[in-house]
Design a protein. Structure first.
Length: 158
């Protein structure tokens, strides 16, 4: 690019009036194309495993991950990554009219191109509600465990 501008600088004055704005427009168009790539999310959700003895929770786990990744703010990512998740534990118990649930998730971050391991992040949480069902409390604990793990993700991406 620098060579194009250098040539334009040595051109006759009449040609410089045309070449410099044309080259500037061309550079802006190329830069705009690369910002589209930069606008892509640095992290994509990959495989999700949500099977536990108490049931299958892959869909809510994927949903919580997608929400968390969409809200993720990372400055100048060096690479593109794939984030896979496993639900390690999701326990719940009825407490009178309420319920308590605890969840633990493991996230594996790997480079998208090389598929090499980059980081392993764990998150856990407990949810308790005085007037809620087991299902609602499980969902709350699962989302909170995912948020707990995703809080560590920006630091891992540095």
């Amino acid at each position: 690019m620098r060579a194009l501008f250098a040539r334009a600088a040595h051109a006759p004055k009449a040609l410089r009036r045309v070449h410099v704005p044309l080259l500037t427009t061309l550079c802006l168009a190329v830069t705009a194309g690369s910002t589209t790539l930069a606008g892509e999310p640095p992290v994509a959700v990959g495989e999700v495993s949500g099977s536990t003895p108490s049931g299958e929770f892959s869909i809510p786990l994927r949903s919580a991950l997608n929400e968390g990744v969409a809200d993720l703010t990372v400055t100048a990512p060096r690479d593109r990554f794939v984030l896979s998740a496993t639900l390690l534990r999701l326990d719940a118990e009825q407490l009178g009219r309420g319920a308590r649930a605890s969840a633990e998730v493991s996230l594996v971050l790997r480079r998208a191109r090389q598929q090499t391991l980059y980081a392993v992040i764990k998150g856990n949480a407990t949810a308790e509600a005085a007037d809620a069902t087991l299902g609602e409390t499980r969902a709350d604990a699962l989302r909170a465990a995912v948020r707990s793990a995703l809080r560590r993700l920006p630091e891992a991406l540095r």
